[in-house]
Every structure is written in structure tokens, then in C-alpha cells.
Design a protein around this ligand. Sequence first.
Ligand SMILES: [Mg+2]
Length: 276
Amino acid sequence: MSAGRENGGAPASSVVYALDFDGVLCDSVDELIESVIRAARRVFAAHSTETWYAQLGSDPVRRQLTHLRPLIKTGYELVLLCRALAEGQYMDSDGPEQLRKAWPEPLKEQLLEEYNSDFGALNGAFSAERDDWIENDLDSWLAANKMFPGVVDALNQSEALARYIITTKDKRYALRLLRAAGVTESAMPDDRVYGLGMGSKIEVLKIVLKNHPGAQVHFVEDYVPALESASISLLGANVQYFMASWGYNTLDDVKRAERNPFITVLDLDTFTSRMQ
Ligand SMILES: [Mg+2]
């Protein structure tokens, strides 16, 4: 795309992209579920029975976890749900709908209490399993994460003023996947990737706005609640909100985004062509 071409109402050269990672740039659900199952085996080992342990990695549990992916914000939450599924809860066809009503509140806190667990233990096990996988079989770990078609070229060829990633994944994993996929450092410098523990998405969007006064920030995200809360918190800021319909969301999520006057629903082709 030539410099100065219109880009969502602003010239490309004055747009800054703030991009979520999983479900916007990377299709990582297969890797996520494998890491979640390994983490659940590790963190709940003391509580497991033989049947439970076998259920954990079963196809029905994997399928249900895939259905539940749009519900969660951070990987450790699925480790928690994984145990409930392996114990037979929410496994029938109504399961995802029941969980949609109860998740995250009040169920997340209830399960944390019931399983005597916390974020540190769950996320620690999740990261440890991922690190083991990377160390022992990097090729299969990379292969389980697939960048969506066209996004690598779109990032590398983007003429936007700047690009950032705001993700709830640990930064080191996102960087490893970006570099393995061929995203260059000039297209996405290390210090423009904000991962888990580096501030909420809203806090990072404020940093981006501060770094680029006068620019229009395009926040692209597949998790509708994140778009909704940012659009309310940053009311009046020069931010446009885009829902990545190719990511981890349901038809209901798309309808909810379409009804929101602050959110524009994007498809993958439109996103990659606008980015370049
Ligand atoms: Mg996402």
C-alpha cells in the first residue's frame, strides 16, 4: 500500500496498530489446549485418580476446551476448567452455554476455592509445561502455533506509524513465535510487545497514546469484553476498536460487537489489506 493511502479514515502514516496476539495474529488453540492438559496433570497431580487422569487428555475434553476458548482471557483459566471437565462437569451439549452464563464470575472464584488453587500455581504450571515442550521439542511446539494467512506479510510491509502487540500471553512466547514466523525486528521491535504482567490492555493503550501524540490508534482484538471495557475507559481518546471476527469468538460475540457503536467487525482479508 502506498504511503498516505486512506486507512480506516486516517492516512496510514498516522495510524498506530495495537494488536492482540492469540486469535488476531496467531491461531494457537491446539498448542494452548495441549499445554493446558499438561499443566492440569502437573498442578492437580495430588488430587488425581486414574480415571480422572485418563479423561484429561481425552478427545471429548479437548473438543470441549476448544469450544470454551472464546470464554477465556488468559491460558491459566482453561487449566482450571480442564479439571472440572475431566471430572465430568459441563461435558454435555449444554455445557458451553451454562459456562457462558457462569464464567468468569462467579465460577472462576468458586473453582479456585474448591480446588484450593490460585493464579500463581496454575500459571506457573502452565508456563513450566510450555517451557518443557519448547526445550524438548521446539519444532512441534512451533508447528502447533500457526500465524493466520497474510498477517506476517501485513506486519512486515505495514506503512503504519507504528505497531504494538498487547497480549495476555507471556512476552517471550509471543516474540519467539513472531521471529520464527519471519516477522522482522523493524516491523515489530521487541520493546513494542507487551505481554502478561506488563499492564492491563487499557494501561498499555494509554502508553501507546502517550508515545504517539496525534496518532489514531487502531486496537484489534478478538475478545469482545476487552474491546468493550477499553472503549468505555478510554472514551474520547483517539482510538478505533476493531473486532477480529476470524479469532476466538462465537456468532453471539460478533452480533454483540455489531450492535456496539464503538466497535467495527473486521474480517481477516480486510485487516491484512489495511495493515499493508
Ligand atoms: Mg485474543
